[in-house]
Design a protein around this ligand. Structure first.
Ligand code: ARG
Length: 276
């Protein structure tokens, strides 16, 4: 039942975006025949290197497929579609969320996809694609506290966990107060702290909250009315890499129009449900 709600919510959110979606045609913006364009370099290399933080089901997470630890999720499916469009292999690099954008700027990967939203601060150091899905934050609490934290006012002074370097962290601080915040690098560690009673609330992007709630009988998702960011999720690139931004915007527009992203979400949700 919970899973169905997750799916419905996800589909509704992509439909909302499709309506105001872009118009690009999916073709590369590289100007005629230049051989040293960024995209030509990727093609010559034969792989698209993508950074992520695979601790965020159903966006990106580890699962076992045929006995092999594999990184999956709808972000990964989008990255795969971009690699396929380029005709190259996809190589995923997994690291802590708070190191991703810095490593991208250092040239460690071609792009970052990680349930990531663009804001002014991040736009100073990186370029971003169009958004591919609307974003929203929810809180995850222990079942017995379901009716305790229903408004942002109720969060004041409550031990609250969030992933370091995320907007989820920044968004909830004003309600909780810095002194009551616990920042950890990895999301499963936050979930563990919540289950063990070390923190009483954690905040993540909505689909991760809904997925962890669906996977853990002792946890529930609550919408306490955190201000939603209107940015939505984007893919990040090195500052100034307009060629990749435009190319990827073309691919994203096609994926949105064809309903592929909704399909990726459903598949990722199924994979997340069978985990553990
Ligand atoms: N949406 C939030 C942000 O952009 C958090 C993303 C966390 N992603 C992850 N893969 N752990 O800051």
């Amino acid at each position: 039942m919970k899973k169905i709600i997750v799916l419905l919510m996800a589909v509704m959110m992509t439909m909302g975006l499709a309506a105001c979606g872009g118009s690009a045609d999916g073709s590369a913006a590289a100007s005629g025949g230049e051989s040293d364009s960024y995209i030509d370099q990727i093609k010559a290399k034969g792989e698209l290197v993508v950074g992520t933080s695979a601790d965020y089901p159903p966006y990106e997470f580890h699962t076992e497929i045929d006995g092999v630890d594999t990184i999956v999720g709808f972000d990964i499916a989008i990255a795969q579609a971009i690699a396929d469009d380029l005709g190259v292999e996809l190589k995923i690099v997994d690291m802590s969320f708070d190191n991703l954008l810095m490593s991208l700027s250092n040239g460690e990967f071609d792009m970052v996809i990680a349930g990531l939203s663009a804001d002014e601060e991040r736009m100073k150091t990186n370029d971003f694609s169009d958004t591919y899905l609307e974003s929203k934050n929810l809180i995850l609490v222990r079942k017995e506290d379901e009716s305790k934290y229903t408004t942002t006012d109720s969060l004041k002074g409550v031990k609250t966990g969030a992933q370091t370097g995320t907007m989820c962290y920044d968004r909830i601080v004003p309600f909780v107060g810095e002194d009551s915040m616990v920042g950890l690098a990895k999301v499963p560690d936050l979930v563990m702290e919540l289950k063990n009673g070390k923190v009483d609330v954690i905040t993540l992007d909505y689909m991760a909250v809904l997925t962890y709630a669906a996977e853990n009988d002792d946890l529930v998702a609550v919408d306490c009315g955190l201000p939603s960011d209107d940015e939505g999720y984007s893919i990040a690139f090195q500052k100034g890499n307009t060629e990749m931004v435009e190319y990827v915007n073309g691919v994203l527009a096609e994926l949105k129009e064809s309903g592929a992203i909704d399909q990726y979400i459903i598949e990722a949700q199924e994979l997340a449900g069978t985990e553990e």
